[in-house]
Design a protein around this ligand. Sequence first.
Ligand SMILES: C=CC1=C(C)c2cc3[nH]c(cc4nc(cc5[nH]c(cc1n2)c(C)c5CCC(=O)O)C(CCC(=O)O)=C4C)c(C)c3C=C
Ligand SMILES: [Fe+2]
Ligand SMILES: [Fe+2]
Length: 339
Amino acid sequence: MLPQGHPPVADPKVGVLIVNLGSPDAPEPAAVKRYLKEFLSDRRVVEIPALLWQPILRGIILNTRPAKSAALYASIWDRARGDSPLRVISADQAAALQAAMPDVTVDFAMRYGNPSIPDRLAALKAAGCTRILVMPLYPQYSAATTATVVDKVGESLKAMRWQPALRFLPPYHDDPLYISALADDARAGLAALDFEPDVLIASFHGMPERTLHLGDPYHCHAQKTGRLLREALGLGEANFRTAFQSRFGKAEWLKPYLDKTLAALPEQGIRKVAVIAPGFSADCLETLEEIAIQGREIFLHAGGTHFSYLRCLNAGNAGMQMLRGLAARELAGWRESGH
Ligand SMILES: C=CC1=C(C)c2cc3[nH]c(cc4nc(cc5[nH]c(cc1n2)c(C)c5CCC(=O)O)C(CCC(=O)O)=C4C)c(C)c3C=C
Ligand SMILES: [Fe+2]
Ligand SMILES: [Fe+2]
């Protein structure tokens, strides 16, 4: 019994918060503008001094890009559920993880936009979670993704008197659980095609090339995932490529670029390709639009005959088995303690 006048105390619980990048609230210019303003003002995402960058962002980018991006978002929006694919899939992943781990409280948040990290951390705390495992669903570490989740969690905890204990899922780019989930899913995806690809392309989101020289391990993590996936699938180097997509701005980004690769393959006699996106835990604008729509057009226009995009792990069996395994490992010692 608590003494009279003592603030209420919930039964201590363990929480899990899965986090992905985020989407605008609606496929409309005003919502995209709000989202891009938050995203592109993050100094880990655009590493240009704010005094230089903010006038470009507010004066040019936020006046031109939202209308274009909103149209692209509209082309992939999940109409049935009235939401962005990334948010819909994140919700499904959280629900499936919750069903598999009834003794912990699972929720999801988006780094930019909604549901926000401070909001969901506050909800987990209110539900009694004194220990929280944060799982940034980025297999490959980068300062622009993984680190900024940690930053935001830290910022959110600044406002809390009674902070929960925290753990963070480390990058899992070479984890056997991840590689075998990718390989199993890729094998099933390839077997379901009505053609046999000459080449499988593993496409990763790009990063500015200078981040590699500044010590960001993202490029190395992506290359290693690509190699391990190729080996797990038993493919030779001639039948596999790693590429980087979604270049943003005028600087050099990690190469080879996906669009240039797709445009060049047909003249090398490679006319049938499948593309997989192992760096994305959930399908989103960058996969459903940039690869599956734009990538296909580029390849077929260049003389390719067969193109297929293999979807992400999403909330499917292989991916959920992996997330359960990763979560169970990172929670070791917490669940058993009765918290
Ligand atoms: C998976 C890893 C990701 C890395 C690394 C990454 C780096 C990065 N991204 C931008 C700029 C943009 N990215 C955008 C969308 C977007 N990016 C990722 C993931 C990574 N980004 C995802 C999952 C998504 C899709 C979100 C969705 O709602 O579906 C966009 C917005 C879309 C647009 O307007 O075209 C921008 C802009 C930079 C600058 C960067 C590294 C420095
Ligand atoms: Fe991005
Ligand atoms: Fe490297």
